[in-house]
Design a protein. Sequence first.
Length: 254
Amino acid sequence: MKIDSDGGILRLTFDRPDALNALTAETADDLADAIEDATTDEYDAIVVTGAGDAFSAGGDLESLAETPGSSREAYEEVTATFGRVVEAMLECPVPIVAKVNGDAIGAGLSIVALADIAYAAADATFSCAFVRVGLIPDTGGTVMLPHIVGLRAAKELAFTGEFFDAERAADLELVNEAVPADELDDRVAETVQRLANGPTDTIGMMKQAMHENMTRPWDEALDYENLLQAQARTSAAHEEGVAAFLEDREPKFE
């Protein structure tokens, strides 16, 4: 995986273009490590993309051919690799943008679903392809996909492993928008700049509240929302936002 940063933006690129950026355990470790280490003090946004013509073709089938000796070993392996990616992406306070430059298949699709915002090149193809190799969706596929596209659509995508285009991905809200391939960089850069100009800690609190409250009863969810809002009300970001509003200027968040 290629990792670089510039101007408060962390860029993570799946870098196996000859293998359509198929994901190995090592790739998963690198991705999880980079995201776990990202803080709002250092970064305003994280961009995840792929090198070459694909975003990611999913799990590396050659690696999958090496069957673990037992179910327990398989559990420990997936928990320590792709499971870590899920926890890292869901818990990271820095907003994550998926720049889907090409096909997103299997675990590649799951990573798109885990991202906070996603834009896809119009010629990208998607598939929740796990069923084609006798697996269930992993890398959070059974967790986030139903929340994003709805339970019935998630079942259809998972049960059939059908391939679909970026326009349908946008209709399903798997991605925020499908854009012409030659406009993808600019579209992502526009959103990343808006994130960079915003109050990163506050955005992190929004993400935390939304993710934590997905499975809470409404009364507990509302109480948690109120708790985080109380923290936001006493923050420097709120103070600057109010001052900017009263002075009729753009806020300058740290």
